[in-house]
Design a protein around this ligand. Structure first.
Ligand code: NOJ
Length: 762
């Protein structure tokens, strides 16, 4: 018997509800936020610093170490590194990011603490988005596990490797809710749902930071990108965002609040404008809300040249004005433009920026360096031997394999085609992702290396008894046809009993600046799929993707479809584990797979509209497209197992709940009548039938993963309280209103599931 107490975000609640949140187990999950206290010596330092040195502490630059990729541990330096060393000696740098390993970090740190006037240690930042050298599944993939603790564990392992090279500060997690699949950066985040984004934000912050920021195996986490970066119009990266304050508070802000409550002490301003004001220059966001309302005590860093970009936004007339606007809005540190160190001193001298404001930001940054233990030992995380010893260890690789297989989602499995037999069948492994060490680790790995990753063909060969029963055919390029490719693929399919078609997106089709207008399998690969399907062999599609895709034709019609995202270093092993049944898939979609690209932005928790269109019917003058119902092909929360799962016996402890202190227990029996063990993600959704602000058609409130042996069943129990029914009301404050609520326990956001109603009474 399970019990999940559903907690509501503190950000959205009135006093009673806040008390409920404070008492809830989910809140207890959060470690107490460390209070930021600047040690006394910080005040002495500030009193002795020049304006230039202060502006230096607020200026962060990319590593100037040479080499084409930060992946190589210690490449030779190019001409710029001596200049950067000199900047460290002159106190013009607070730190660098995406540097190249312990030796480089040691050289720069030595210059700062031995040769600069103030001897203030540097801070080393990096983008450790989903692993350092051992690459874990992309963040969106991990969210498909519906297992936040898995993300905590991979974050902690990433921190262990990265901190070993001297990295103190991570530019992750990205906690931007992403509801438009055209946007490429959804791959870095928590998908379309608010609750999942919150829970994974908490998990990742806890993993990166651990319990003690001074730990040489952890690093400071950054919640990014503040705010609503994922709401870019048309899913076009960097594009305009215009959302109401209510939607901001209901959808886009809660994951940030959750990250801060979990202890994140750094936040990155987003590139986008928000209703006419670039985030980087938005005092309401960066000061009033962040510090005034939420009491955030850490520091704010701009995104890469975010302050400079306010000129192109048409918000600042020049560099000097951009500096003043960003700094006075509340952005403590400037990344990469160099604007702060160039213009802040003069802005203070001219009286346009108060000296005290500069001191305040410097105090925040130095306090954080102290909390990271850098004043006590500036080299605490820099260790060349640790760097090697901690890199790609056995436990890390086994965690990557586990995370990989838990991230895979089985969309369909007609005739129980999967799992495949390990012997006795010839398998044609077809497609641009069938073999080859490319597109394995994903779009955002500064330190990862494809050459160290396991491809699908290798994973499959290791899993099967007779290695010669595999025929590999590339069939197509990723975005271009391959001469003779389709013919060779068709010939391979003819010789085989089963086709495994590995198709989808390359890793550079998602991530930053990789928005797509059509979220489909690229045409040449679709043509390959049609030709291979025409051979008539049972076909498993293994999708590689950084976003939800609109599946078409032979791909949508394949007997079995696995969503495998970018799974990282252990890709081939993880997929083979699922293909051949060593692991029964348990992943669920964190983003809805639409029927067509043109439905974007499509998300399950949309509003009903005044003319809802019932599923399957295409009535005139209803909210539907010409010829297309506006539902998902595979909705949020969907995912099959190798078991046969059934839901029954929904029961509510009461049909009414008092607003003051009431609660309802919702239970259902979930069983597995199949012959294989399964992990089922049981989901609880609600709908508020009528409220002073219209509410979504369904909203995820809780979920629970249960392991079901063949023939077994389990009663899953959730507890709903008034705080779980709160929403952002007319005054943009949390409210709870009496009325009728629907509740579903269901296997996905659009499955009928088990349904009941209850009343919330005044
Ligand atoms: C720009 C990206 O938006 C941000 O997420 C990243 O941390 C910085 N570049 C630094 O690499």
């Amino acid at each position: 018997m399970f019990e999940t107490r559903i907690s509501r975000r503190a950000a959205l609640m009135g006093a009673g509800a806040v008390a409920a949140w404070a008492a809830s187990p989910a809140r207890a999950l959060l470690q107490a936020t460390e209070r930021v206290k600047a040690p006394a010596f910080v005040g002495d330092l500030i009193a002795r610093m020049t304006l230039e040195e202060k502006a230096g502490q607020l200026s962060l630059m990319a590593s100037a170490w040479g080499g084409t990729s930060a992946a190589s541990l210690n490449p030779p330096s190019n001409g710029d590194f001596p200049r950067q060393l000199d900047e460290a000696r002159r106190g013009l740098l607070t730190g660098v990011f995406n540097g190249n390993g312990a030796r480089m970090h040691r050289m720069l740190q030595t210059a700062a603490v031995k040769e600069s006037r103030m001897k203030i240690p540097l801070i080393f930042g990096a983008d450790i988005i989903h692993g350092h050298r051992t690459i874990f599944p992309v963040p969106l993939a991990e969210v498909a596990s519906f297992e936040p603790d898995l993300a905590r564990r991979t974050a902690e392992m990433a921190a262990f490797e990265a901190a070993g090279t001297g990295i103190d500060w991570n530019f992750a997690p990205m906690v931007d809710v992403a509801r438009d699949q055209r946007w490429g950066r959804g791959v870095e985040g928590g998908g379309e749902d608010v609750l999942l984004n919150e829970l994974f934000a908490i998990a990742r912050v806890k993993g990166f930071q651990g319990r003690d920021l001074k730990s040489d195996a952890h690093m400071l986490a950054t919640a990014k990108h503040f705010a609503a970066y994922g709401a870019a119009e048309a899913g076009l990266d960097y594009n305009t965002v215009d959302v109401s304050e209510r939607t901001l508070r209901e959808v886009y802000l809660p994951p940030f609040k959750a990250a801060f409550d979990a202890g994140a002490l750094s936040v990155m301003a987003s590139f986008n404008e928000l209703s006419g004001i670039p985030s980087t220059g938005n005092p309401w966001l960066m000061t009033q809300l962040l510090r005034g309302e939420w009491g955030f005590e850490g520091f704010v860093v701009s995104d890469y040249t975010g302050d400079e970009e306010m000129i192109a936004h048409g918000f600042a007339k020049d560099a000097r004005e951009a500096t003043r606007l960003a700094f006075l809005a509340g952005v403590d540190m400037s990344m990469q433009s160099g604007f702060y160190r160039t213009h802040l001193p003069d802005l203070v001298r001219s009286g346009e920026v108060p000296q005290a404001r500069v001191d305040e930001s410097v105090r925040r940054v130095l306090a954080m360096k102290a909390m990271l233990g850098l004043f006590e030992d500036p080299f605490r995380r820099i260790d060349e031997r640790r760097e090697q010893r901690r890199s790609m260890t056995r436990p890390a690789l086994s965690l990557a394999r586990e995370a990989g297989r838990k991230s895979i989602v089985l969309l369909k499995n007609e005739g129980d085609l999967l799992p495949l037999p390990r012997s006795g069948k010839r398998i044609a492994l077809i497609g641009p992702f069938a073999a080859g060490q490319h597109d394995l680790i994903g779009p955002w790995c500064v330190y990862g290396d494809d050459a160290k990753a396991v491809d699908l063909a290798t994973g499959v060969r290791e899993a099967i008894a007779d290695k010669s029963s595999i025929i590999v055919a590339e069939g197509s390029g990723i975005e271009e046809p391959l001469a003779g490719g389709i013919e060779a693929a068709v010939a391979a399919a003819r010789q085989a009993d089963i086709v495994v078609l590995a198709i989808g997106e390359s890793q550079n089709m998602s991530g930053e600046a990789q928005s797509r207008t059509e979220i489909v399998v690229p045409r040449p690969q679709q043509q390959l799929a049609e030709a291979v399907a025409a051979v008539g062999k049972p076909m498993v599609v293994v999708l590689k993707n950084g976003r939800a895709l609109a599946l078409e034709g032979a791909v949508a019609n394949a007997s079995a479809i696995l969503v495998t995202w970018f799974l990282g270093t252990e890709t081939g092993h993880s997929i083979a584990d699922v293909l051949f049944g060593a692991y029964s898939p348990s992943g669920r979609l964190p983003v809805s797979f639409p029927r067509e690209s043109g439905q974007q932005p499509y998300y399950y928790s949309h509003k009903p509209t005044g003319r809802p269109n019932p599923e399957g019917k295409l009535e005139a003058y209803k909210a539907r497209f010409r010829g297309l119902t506006n539902t998902a092909l595979y909705p949020f929360g969907h995912g099959l197992t190798y078991g046969k799962i059934g839901y029954s016996d929904l029961a509510l402890s009461s049909r009414s709940m008092a607003m003051a202190g009431g609660e309802i227990a919702v239970t259902a029996r979930v069983g597995n009548t199949g012959t294989r063990a399964a992990e089922e993600v049981v989901q609880l959704y609600i709908r508020d039938r009528a409220a002073s602000i219209t509410r979504p058609v369904r909203l995820l409130k809780a979920f629970r993963k249960v392991t079901l042996a063949p023939g077994s069943s389990e009663v899953v129990r959730f507890v709903l309280r008034p705080a779980d029914l709160a929403f952002v009301g007319l005054q943009n404050k949390p409210v709870v209103e009496p009325g009728t609520f629907d509740v579903w326990i269901a296997p996905s956001a659009e499955a009928d599931g088990l349904h009941a109603t209850f009343e919330l009474t005044a």
